[in-house]
Design a protein around this ligand. Sequence first.
Ligand SMILES: Cc1cc2nc3c(=O)[nH]c(=O)nc-3n(C[C@H](O)[C@H](O)[C@H](O)COP(=O)(O)OP(=O)(O)OC[C@H]3O[C@@H](n4cnc5c(N)ncnc54)[C@H](O)[C@@H]3O)c2cc1C
Length: 580
Amino acid sequence: MIQGNYFKDNEDLMLQFNSILDWKEIVAAYERGFEDAKTYEKTKDERFANAPADVKSAVEYYESILEATGDLMGTYVAPRSAEMDRVGLKYENGKVTFPKAQEECYSTLRDAGLMPIGISRKNGGLGLPATVQSMICEIAARADAAFCLAFGNVNIVDIVERYGSDELIQEWIPDIAAGKYSAAMALTEPNYGSDLPSVQTKAEKGADGVWRLTGTKRFITHACGYIDAPSIILTLARTGSPTSGARGLSFFLVQGKDVHVAGIEKKLGLHCSPTCEVVFDNSPGQLIGEEGFGLVKYSMGMMNAARITIAAQSVGIAEAAYREAKKYASERIQFGKSIDKIPAVRKMLDRMEREIAGMRMLVLEATRSVDRYVWKKEHLIRHEGKSEKDAKADPEVKLWEKLADLFTPMAKYYASEGCVKIAYDALQIFGGAGYTEEYDVARIYRDARITTIYEGTTQLQVVAAIGGIVSGMAPAGNLREYIQQEMKSISPSAELKRSFDLFSEIAEAYRDLPAGEEKSMLAFETVEAATRLLMGLLMERSLARTPDNAHRKEMCRGVSIDTIATLEGTRARMKLSAVK
Ligand SMILES: Cc1cc2nc3c(=O)[nH]c(=O)nc-3n(C[C@H](O)[C@H](O)[C@H](O)COP(=O)(O)OP(=O)(O)OC[C@H]3O[C@@H](n4cnc5c(N)ncnc54)[C@H](O)[C@@H]3O)c2cc1C
């Protein structure tokens, strides 16, 4: 693997950080009047010692964490990645053993204090906005896609911070932040994967007031615990009747010591991430939040955050694939020249580079929308005593929550599909050597494949996005307004205006199709068209913020051409479908 500081050696990520992202907006949304810094001033409570007191120090704080993560991932984890993958995990009598190299990576990360990125400062975490968290996940995934889940999974507990009782939070979150426990989420069952409203693991409250869970969960990442940190498992279980659907599901915290890990999967990739079959047999669980909201509120909230993590993971894997391919192409000589001089190879490399930049912007726009609503909503509920309904009705929360619900599945779908394609092209550039285990690209290719499947398949992301896209493009729809506002803030190119007009036609044509199978089948193309338009818009906005960057201008042109080609094709398909 190419080594270095995976933050500082990444020109596009640095450009995002230094020139493109609007930190004033993100810091204002997350730091909320710099309350943590004020608390530190008053109390000298060490948990808040690093809390920033203004925008400048906030950006410096985020940067220092990204630099430390970039260094650790790029110089410590990346060189151990091949070994972790080759040695893999061992399962015996309910216990999973990890490779030594992985134990070293995990303890180094934990000792560096870089684990609890999604946990608030008051509960022992680093206290970082979603935007910074996603950059960290990207950097970690570039080093090792399987190891990056060490971050992702611990930080799913932010859902407990958001909805759990104060007692539950105090009992668990500080210990999780300190690395005494790892975390897992148990939703999938052998018979229900995408169809989560039907899961059947049962939870019953005994006469002693204790909930007990019975059932089997499948494919549960890290349910066995992680190295020496036992797991706590956030579990979706049925408190209603077997046919009570989504409303009969509740959410529980179950300790790993109270379940049986019946086995781990032998997988195509992610060899160092244990994927467990978990048997609950009257296992005690603590209810999180209210009964009946297990899927619609808590699991969905957790999954939305996890989807962004996987989208960021996809960008990181794609970045690793691109860099390895670029290096190889500059060294491999055929027909008397390095293969990166051959147009067919150059074309693949150029496309990879601009797609990664586009994917990254989609992810960062999704995190921007999350940062714009989630912390304010939490503040209104927890500190201003507003009901969930009233908090959701706040105009800023309402707009950005809707956009986040749209941009999250769009980013997850597009970045993961892009990651698979980029890993495919990277391996192609290596030719036969890519098909051997001699080079890292084979592992990267295997690891990439999961991203379109877990945290909801691509098809389920399309289901999640299509309704919001069509209604959002109505005359006063929020997506149309968002796009128009963003276009107004720059001087859009003729190509971007054309993309917007084409997409408006596509959205209208899709809306007018009669309900039925054909319409469902065209949902993918409609979501793809919307996502490409968004990517084109973000690329032009980024160019407006870096006007002298000739290379970005060239990438922007490439994105425009790809986007218009996709949109023209989709419009033609829609027209033909409408005629039939
Ligand atoms: C390595 C790994 C780690 C995982 N980690 C976790 C974890 O930590 N916790 C957890 O709970 N789960 C986890 N999962 C499970 C994962 O989230 C599911 O595999 C995924 O949601 C798909 O469910 P499924 O495998 O049952 O496929 P199915 O639901 O059977 O889907 C099969 C195919 O049908 C399509 N399909 C199904 N329904 C629809 C629909 N309505 N519209 C369009 N297409 C549809 C799907 O897109 C897919 O192509 C993990 C899986 C893997 C492989």
